[in-house]
Structures are given as structure tokens and as C-alpha cells.
Design a protein around this ligand. Structure first.
Ligand code: FRU
Length: 499
């Protein structure tokens, strides 16, 4: 197998060549979803950061574009966001074209080496050619650093409720909230984070947005905060907070705070797998669509630089839709793969009412290529048992995942999934996620590509995303009961015809 054949994902975005980390600056305009990304085109490990660029009409197939923003004498171009300045509040418009404004963090390597604290500051750039090229603003930086070591990852948005531009920024282990009328002058309004949430590492890549609670007219604000290290199963992960925002200040909801205090590590995570980090949402999605659309970086700082690919490193998660539900007086985010994926579904295999008494084969690669599928399953009466799905290949590399009733944990076990020795932290444990849903049925959607699994249990209430590197493609899917026999009500396997 060549590296391309074995490990280049079928339908998850990867750069053609070189290093990639966080998704940046995502916006939608005129039929195109834009995705920028932390990129070092000249090497396959983290280095001088650029903003790479890709576009898509459906967030599933991507076309890589020329690099959009290059580092310069002020520093590397770290993570940030973009907005479409429809009313030209910035004044950068020409010939009636609405400018796209990007805000990013300048990371001044010389300043860092000299031991200064203020080497990260916020800068803007504008594009008048649909996000292909950007002109940096002559008065950069627009937000100077007054001595906070980690001060980065601005996420801007138009606050249609309070009628102003807002921006959230990670500062040490806090989030700072800024407002602006012209996208150039920013006023610090407040901060959030002291004594609340996970503090196992530095806070990064925040996002803030309002959402309607499913099936109601109640609006709550969602604050996403990535943290590294300190994730639930080691390394980097993304936690969230539900609350209210008055245009200046974020106040956590009392019931959500109570849920946090009851949870392990005082955090609730958007994903309990090891490989979904620094994810944020698209801006400028039309009201007629109204979805909150998200993508994350499918890796972990614990080992991202040494995963066994050479030509490129890392890929993004599938794009996901976020919803907010209130169940038993608790607010929870639900994440599901975007519905655009369904239009790629072709061949379908369906099985119903199978008694699972021992290890049972479900399907193999003679029937369907298991490196490009969406699987749905439902089990209505697990009794006191549990189930383990196993993906295997000729070498007996095994990726196992499932649920145990005894400890109420979903799990992913990649300890014997193939190449793991490149980092001690890659396969040091079984990743687990406590089940929160009280539904008697257990159901899930599984998205499989060559090197990744994305598990959306209970309608996306518990998500686990992990990567793996088998020695040859997984070609068999089986299921095994834990303690006692149960009925697998149904399982549907759809080929995703994406390549
Ligand atoms: C998160 C992060 C950001 C930073 C970027 C640098 O993964 O550390 O905080 O802007 O990566 O590449």
C-alpha cells in the first residue's frame, strides 16, 4: 500500500501537502462554504503558520485553493475567524463589493524567543475577491497585547440581537468579550472563566453564538472553549457552556453550572474522543438555512506532529450540525453529521432482529468498502449487557467501540488498531464517555473513513471521534455481547460514494 492508498481519507479534508491544524475563518457566501486552516505548506510538522484555504458547495467535497494569508515580519498567522461585512461597516468595500474581514492572531516568534509576554496580538485583513486573497490592514494590530502570554484565536460574529460586532478571544485560562461597530476599534466588555469549567490547560479557540432550544422559542447562548491539555481522555478537547449574553457579559445558566459541578473534571465536552479539537462554526449562514455548522481538527496536540503520514498531516472532522436540547431540565448540545452527507449514500445493507450471542460478523469488504460508510444501529433492550463492535483486518488489527451497561460508558479502544507506537499517548488507554441520555433505546450513527471513526450516540448527545492507522484496511465489522445475549434491532450500512 502507498501512504495515499492506505491513509489519505476518502472524504475528510486534508491538505494536499504539508501540515494542518485548526480550522479558521469559516464563512459562507454565494453558494460556497469557505474553510481556512492553520497550515505549514513547507513541512509536515507544525511550523510558520499560514492560512490555507479550501472551498466546497456542500461541506463534504473540498477543493483546495491557493494559500490565502502568509506570515510576515509581524509574525506567524495564528487562528482566527472571518465575517462578511455586508453593510461595509469597516469601510474596506470597493465597487460595491462586500468585503470579507478576517481577524487572526499575529504570533511574533522573535518576541517569544526574547522572553516577552506580549508576543500575540490581534490583526485584521480584508478580501474583495471572494476570500481568495487578503490585504492586511495598515494599522495592525487592532488589539495590542498588554502582557498576557496566551492571547489569541479571535472569533467574530454579527450579533443581530444587540446590533453590533462581537468577538471572543482566549486569554490564558479565560475568555474575553469585545465589541465593535467598524471591525477595527474593539472595546473589551467583560471576561468569563475564573473558577468555572475545565482548567487542565490553556484555553484556546473560543466561539459564542445564540441558539434556540429545540422545539421552543427559548434562546440560550453557547460558548465553546477548546483546552489543551486537560481533555477527558487526555490531551486536547473542547468543552462548552450554556448561558445568557446581554451584549456585554456571558452568564452561565444556573442549571448548567449545576450539571458541570456534578460532572467529572467540572466540564461537559462536545466530543469525548481524542481527536476533535479547536472546532468552531461557520459565519454568514443565511437565515433561510438557519443551521449552526461546525468543523473541528481531527487530531490531538499529544501526538499530532508524529502520526504516521509523511506527505500531509491531519484532517478535519466531517462538518456537523449543532442543536440545543433541553431534556430533564438539562441543556445539552447535540452534534450530527451535516445532512449533505446523505446525498452521497449509495448501496445499502440492512439487517434486522439479529440475536447477538457471541462474536457475530455483520459485514465484510466483499459486500461493501468499509472505509467510506455511514452506519446506523438501534438496540432497544440491552438488558444488563453491553456491546462491542469490532473492525478488523487480515493482520487482526482491531478497532473496538461500544457501550457497557455496568458502568454506563461508551468507549473506543484503539490500543490494537495497527500503528500506535509512534507516540506513547496515542493508545495509552480506552477512551470513555459516560452516557447521559435516559432513553431506553441505544442508537447511533457511525461515520467511517480510512483513518477515522466518528460516533454519534443518542442523536448526537454523546460524540466520540478518533483516528487510527491500521496496517491494511479494515475489512470486517462484527459485534459481540458483553455479558449476555441481546437483540440488535436493526443496523443499516450505507456506502458513501464520495471519491
Ligand atoms: C490551537 C492553537 C491555537 C493557535 C494555533 C497555532 O490548536 O494552539 O491556539 O492559534 O493552534 O497554530
Amino acid at each position: 500500500y502507498s501512504e495515499e492508498d492506505l491513509y489519505r481519507p476518502n472524504f475528510h479534508f486534508t491538505p494536499k501537502k504539508g501540515w494542518m491544524n485548526d480550522p479558521n475563518g469559516m464563512f459562507y457566501k454565494d453558494g460556497f462554504y469557505h474553510l481556512y486552516f492553520q497550515h505549514y505548506p513547507n513541512g509536515n510538522t507544525w511550523g510558520p503558520m499560514h492560512w490555507g484555504h479550501a472551498i466546497s458547495t456542500d461541506m463534504v467535497t473540498w477543493k483546495e485553493m491557493p494559500i490565502a494569508i502568509y506570515p510576515d515580519e509581524k509574525g506567524y498567522i495564528f487562528s482566527g475567524s472571518s465575517v462578511v461585512d455586508v453593510n461595509n461597516s469597516s469601510g474596506f468595500s470597493k465597487n460595491g463589493i462586500a468585503p470579507i474581514i478576517a481577524m487572526f492572531t499575529y504570533h511574533d516568534m522573535d518576541g517569544e524567543k526574547a522572553g516577552k509576554l506580549n508576543y500575540q496580538s490581534q490583526a485584521i485583513a480584508y478580501s474583495l475577491d471572494e476570500g481568495q486573497t487578503f490585504t492586511k490592514y495598515s494599522e495592525n494590530p487592532v488589539i495590542k497585547n498588554l502582557g498576557i502570554k496566551d492571547f489569541r484565536d479571535p472569533k467574530m460574529f454579527w450579533d443581530s440581537i444587540h446590533k453590533k460586532w462581537l468577538m471572543v478571544l482566549a486569554a490564558g485560562q479565560k475568555i474575553m468579550f469585545y465589541s465593535s461597530l467598524n471591525l477595527k476599534d474593539w472595546k473589551l466588555e467583560s471576561d468569563f472563566g475564573d473558577g468555572i469549567g475545565g482548567h487542565g490547560g490553556v484555553w484556546e479557540c473560543p466561539d459564542l453564538f445564540p441558539m434556540k432550544v429545540q422545539g421552543t422559542d427559548e434562546v440560550k447562548w453557547v460558548l465553546l472553549v477548546s483546552i489543551n491539555p486537560g481533555g477527558p481522555n487526555g490531551g486536547s478537547a473542547t468543552q462548552y457552556f450554556i448561558g445568557d449574553f446581554d451584549g456585554k457579559k456571558f452568564t452561565i445558566d444556573a442549571s448548567f453550572e449545576n450539571d458541570l459541578n456534578k460532572s467529572e473534571y467540572k466540564s461537559i465536552w462536545i466530543d469525548y474522543g481524542k481527536d476533535n479539537y479547536a472546532g468552531v462554526t461557520w459565519s454568514n449562514i443565511p437565515d433561510s438555512d438557519g443551521r449552526k455548522l461546525f468543523v473541528g481538527w481531527m487530531s490531538n496536540w499529544d501526538y499530532a506532529n508524529v502520526v504516521p503520514t509523511e506527505r500531509w498531516r491531519s484532517s478535519m472532522t466531517v462538518a456537523r450540525q449543532i442543536e440545543l436540547q433541553k431534556e430533564n431540565a438539562s441543556y445539552r448540545l447535540l452534534f450530527q453529521p451535516v445532512k449533505e452527507l446523505t446525498k452521497y449514500k449509495s448501496t445499502k445493507y440492512k439487517k434486522e432482529d439479529i440475536a447477538i450471542k457471541a462474536l457475530t460478523k455483520i459485514i465484510d469488504s466483499d459486500a461493501i468498502d468499509l472505509s467510506s460508510v455511514e452506519i446506523q444501529f438501534k438496540i432497544s433492550d440491552l438488558k444488563n449487557s453491553g456491546f462491542t463492535f469490532k473492525l478488523t483486518n487480515k493482520q487482526d488489527d482491531t478497532l473496538a467501540f461500544g457501550y457497557n451497561t455496568s458502568d454506563k460508558n461508551f468507549f473506543v479502544d484503539r490500543r490494537k488498531s495497527g500503528k500506535t507506537a509512534f507516540s506513547e499517548k496515542f493508545a495509552d488507554r480506552i477512551s470513555v464517555a459516560k452516557r447521559t441520555s435516559t432513553n431506553v433505546n441505544i442508537s447511533g450513527t457511525i461515520i467511517l473513513d480510512k483513518t477515522s471513526i466518528e460516533l454519534f450516540f443518542d442523536n448526537g448527545e454523546t460524540v466520540m471521534t478518533e483516528i487510527f492507522f491500521p496496517n491494511s484496511p479494515f475489512d470486517k465489522l462484527s459485534i459481540e455481547p458483553k455479558d449476555q445475549e441481546f437483540i440488535l434491532d436493526n443496523i443499516e450500512i450505507h456506502k458513501l460514494n464520495i471519491n
